[in-house]
Ligand binder design. Structure first.
Ligand SMILES: O=C(O)CCC(=O)C(=O)O
Length: 257
């Protein structure tokens, strides 16, 4: 297994990235983001804009990301999880769009690996907020254990809820090292990809000074024959990416019942 996150330069060339950006703008014009600057492909399906959904998935399947996705799932077909493929923007000084440290396992559970291709439209990691992650050489097992235990704890009101967010202090305490030694924020150029699975803890980078806007998108994929139980339970929509006999890419929409 590789160490996480993987950083792959120019997964999207500038032509594809511009096409993606046009789709982002078109999505925003539909109003599905409700002023939050963030929307996922399933929102567009609900708004009858399957055209934007299909064009987004097609762009990914025609990019270098397709081969990487295929390798990550063991060489076979992969599924794009449409409720977890997200267009996102952050504006300077607006913190309500930021996400604190969390595992995506909150959403996908533990039974099947889900990989996030996180791709910025802007240069990130300096003035425009990138993603802050735990360094790949840190053993995160104690943190994953803390997360698993927290899912079993029952609050005073008798309800068992997953622990969704961690503070930097909690992560430092669980891993037994100072936050600055274990967290890092890679600098990425437009079209580069940060790739990681649901047990890599991450957050929106906090930029204290001279913050610039950031636009990005996330494509989340898993093996087509290993859909997380949580996604099946939520009856999510998928786009399955297949290789045809002559090496072409075929996309097939699938609604889980
Ligand atoms: O892009 C961001 O700022 C945060 C994305 C994120 O953490 C997520 O989608 O899980």
């Amino acid at each position: 297994m590789p160490t996480w996150p993987l950083i792959v330069e120019s997964v999207m060339d500038s032509t594809k990235l511009n096409q993606f950006f046009d789709l982002f703008q078109e999505g925003l014009r539909t109003g599905v983001d409700g002023g939050r600057n963030t929307f996922h492909l399933q929102h567009l399906l609900q708004a009858d804009r399957r055209d934007i959904v299909e064009a987004t998935c097609r762009l990914f399947a025609d990019s270098q990301g397709d081969e990487i996705a295929r390798q990550l799932v063991g060489g076979g077909d992969y599924a794009m999880l449409l409720s977890a493929c997200v267009y996102r923007a952050h504006e300077p000084h607006r913190r309500d769009t930021h996400l604190g440290l969390h595992f995506d396992a909150n959403v996908f559970g533990q039974d099947a690996l889900v990989f996030n291709f996180w791709i910025p439209f802007d240069r990130v990691g300096e003035r425009a907020p990138g993603l802050t992650l735990v360094k790949s050489d840190v053993d995160v097992a104690p943190l994953v254990d803390a997360w698993r235990r927290s899912r079993l704890e029952t609050a005073d009101d008798g309800v068992t809820r997953p622990k969704i967010r961690f503070s930097v202090e909690e992560v430092a305490a669980a891993l037994g090292c100072p936050a600055d030694d274990m967290l890092f924020t890679p600098i990425l150029g437009p079209g580069d990809a940060l790739i990681f699975h649901q047990f890599v803890i991450h957050a929106t980078q906090l930029v204290e000074q001279d913050e610039e806007p950031r636009r990005s998108f996330e494509i989340r994929i898993c093996a087509a024959d290993k859909i997380p139980h949580a996604c099946a339970e939520r009856a999510e929509a998928l786009m399955i990416a297949r290789r045809t006999a002559n090496g072409g890419r075929e996309l097939k929409f699938k609604q889980l019942a």
